[in-house]
Design a protein around this ligand. Structure first.
Ligand code: ADP
Ligand code: MG
Ligand code: MG
Length: 207
């Protein structure tokens, strides 16, 4: 079927992109964290790609569940469990397949899980700052503006990009960067940045 193929293709693009951006993400994390974010997400998505490539005959839901479980088991630190747990939780929304409606529900469930687990609101200088405007923009673009999922994804990517820029001037209040207090100001959040890269690759796969 087409849908599982699209999931594997998206995971492959994400894994390749995060491999390319590994040093950049780690450099961002060296300024306000412990210099491992690029290594973490690169290792996680590389393992996730291997896992989904080994899974024959799986549904979209099963593949996304596998991605989540692999991220949780392969990646320590904050981002692995946040990304992984959210993929696992949101995968259930794809039980009926990939549609405009189910992908809106997926985005909302994903964001809800990140917020539940991490306890970060918008403005805490985390991945939530990129994810929240992306999910809200995607939902509005589909439900109110009647855009296609592809056009809505493009808008979501733009919103995530503004979210990443928003992390630069603010002070971190969650995660490792919060230990720096005001010294975190002026640095871009690595997790918000990897969220943007993941969304860009999902958009590119859908194109
Ligand atoms: P660690 O900080 O444990 O080394 P990573 O470097 O892989 O983990 O990930 C850091 C990123 O995780 C941050 O840039 C931030 O975006 C995200 N993050 C950290 N804590 C939280 C949280 N409580 N809620 C949401 N995102 C968080
Ligand atoms: Mg780190
Ligand atoms: Mg770490």
């Amino acid at each position: 079927a087409r849908e599982p193929g699209a999931i594997v293709a998206a995971v492959e693009r994400i894994a390749d992109r995060l491999a390319e951006e590994r040093e950049y993400l780690t450099e961002l994390d060296s300024a306000i964290g412990d210099a491992d974010h690029g290594t973490n997400v690169n290792r996680g998505f590389r393992a996730a790609l291997e896992a989904v490539e080994e899974t024959d005959d799986a549904s979209a839901q099963d593949l996304v569940q596998t991605v989540g479980m692999t991220l949780v088991s392969e990646v320590g630190g904050a981002a692995g469990p946040l990304y992984g747990g959210s993929f696992m939780h949101a995968s259930g929304e794809l039980a009926e397949g990939i549609t405009a409606e189910s992908t809106v529900a997926f985005g909302e469930a994903f964001l809800e899980k990140v917020r539940d687990r991490g306890g970060a609101e918008v403005g805490a200088k985390t991945m939530v700052d990129a994810l929240t405007p992306a999910v809200h923009t995607y939902k509005k673009s589909i439900e109110q503006d009647d855009l296609t999922p592809l056009a809505a994804l493009a808008k979501a990517v733009d919103a995530a990009e503004r979210g990443v820029d928003f992390t630069l001037p603010i002070r971190a209040t969650k995660g490792r960067a919060s230990y720096l207090g005001w010294r975190s100001v002026g640095h871009q959040d690595p997790g918000a940045t990897s969220t943007l890269f993941i969304l860009e690759e999902i958009h590119a796969t859908a194109e």
